[in-house]
Design a protein around this ligand. Structure first.
Ligand code: E4P
Length: 220
C-alpha cells in the first residue's frame, strides 16, 4: 500500500517527505483554505517538492465547469490529479477528462455502488472516506474491503485510495483490506512512527555505547 499525505500545509509535507515514504499528496477545498495559501501556488510548490500524484479538487458543481477547471488545474503540473465529487456531474467530468488522458480522483465515496460507477467513468483513484463512515455508525474499513473485492472480481484497474484516515489502526486495517493507497494526515504519520519499545531500545543502546573504553560524554 502506498502512502499519500492529506494536507496542504507545506511544512508538514516537507517533514514527512523527508522520511522517504510519500508517493503523493491529497488536498481538498477545506485543506487549501486551512493552508492560507493561493490554490495554484501551493499545488505547484507541493508538486515540485514531492514528485508524485498531487490531488487538486475542482469547486464547480456542474459538469462543464468541472471539465474546464479540471483541464486548467491539470495543466499546472504533470503530476496533478483532478479531484472530482461523486455526483452525476462529477462522473460526467471524470469520463471527459479521462478521455483526454487526465488522471482523476473521485472523492466523497460512501458506498460500493458509487465506487463501481466511478470506475466505469474511468476514475484513476476512488476515495472512500473511512473515518466519516465510522462517524455515522457504519464500518469504514469494511467499505474499503468490499470496494476492493468488487474491483478485483470485475477486473477493474481504478485504485482504492483509503481517505478520512483518523488513526494508525485505520492505516493497518486499510492495508489489510486491500487498499492500494492510504492518504494520511500529518498527525497520524507522527503517531504511526512511535513505539515505546523503539525509544526504550534506542536509549538502552546509547547508554551502553557510552560505556565503551575511551568514550566520553562529548564523543557519542
Ligand atoms: C480525501 O482526500 C480527503 O481530503 C480527506 O481524507 C477527508 O478527511 P476528513 O474526513 O478527515 O476531512
Amino acid at each position: 500500500m502506498e502512502f499519500f499525505i492529506d494536507t496542504a500545509i507545506v511544512d508538514e509535507i516537507r517533514e514527512i517527505n523527508e522520511w522517504g515514504v510519500l508517493s503523493g499528496v491529497t488536498t481538498n477545498p477545506s485543506l487549501i483554505v486551512a493552508s492560507g495559501r493561493d490554490f495554484r501556488e501551493v499545488v505547484l510548490e507541493i508538486a515540485e517538492m514531492v514528485g508524485g500524484a498531487i490531488s487538486a479538487e475542482v469547486t464547480s458543481l456542474d459538469a462543464a465547469g468541472m471539465i474546464k477547471e479540471g483541464k486548467e488545474v491539470a495543466a499546472w503540473h504533470k503530476d496533478v490529479v483532478v479531484k472530482l465529487p461523486l455526483t452525476p456531474a462529477g462522473l460526467q467530468a471524470c469520463k471527459a477528462l479521462t478521455r483526454e488522458g487526465i488522471k482523476t480522483n473521485v472523492t466523497l465515496c460512501f458506498s460500493v455502488p458509487q465506487a463501481l460507477l466511478a470506475a466505469r467513468a474511468g476514475a484513476t483513484y476512488i476515495s472512500p472516506f473511512a473515518g466519516r463512515v465510522d462517524d455515522v455508525g457504519w464500518d469504514g474499513i469494511e467499505l474499503i474491503r468490499q470496494i476492493k473485492e468488487a474491483y478485483v472480481l470485475g477486473d477493474i484497474q481504478t485504485k482504492v485510495l483509503a481517505a478520512s484516515i483518523r488513526h494508525p489502526m485505520h492505516v493497518q486495517q486499510a492495508a489489510l483490506a486491500g487498499a492500494d493507497v492510504a492518504t494520511i494526515p500529518y498527525k497520524v504519520f507522527t503517531q504511526m512512527i512511535k513505539h515505546p519499545l523503539t525509544q526504550a531500545g534506542l536509549d538502552g543502546f546509547m547508554k551502553d555505547w557510552a560505556k565503551r573504553a575511551g568514550a566520553s560524554p562529548e564523543t557519542p
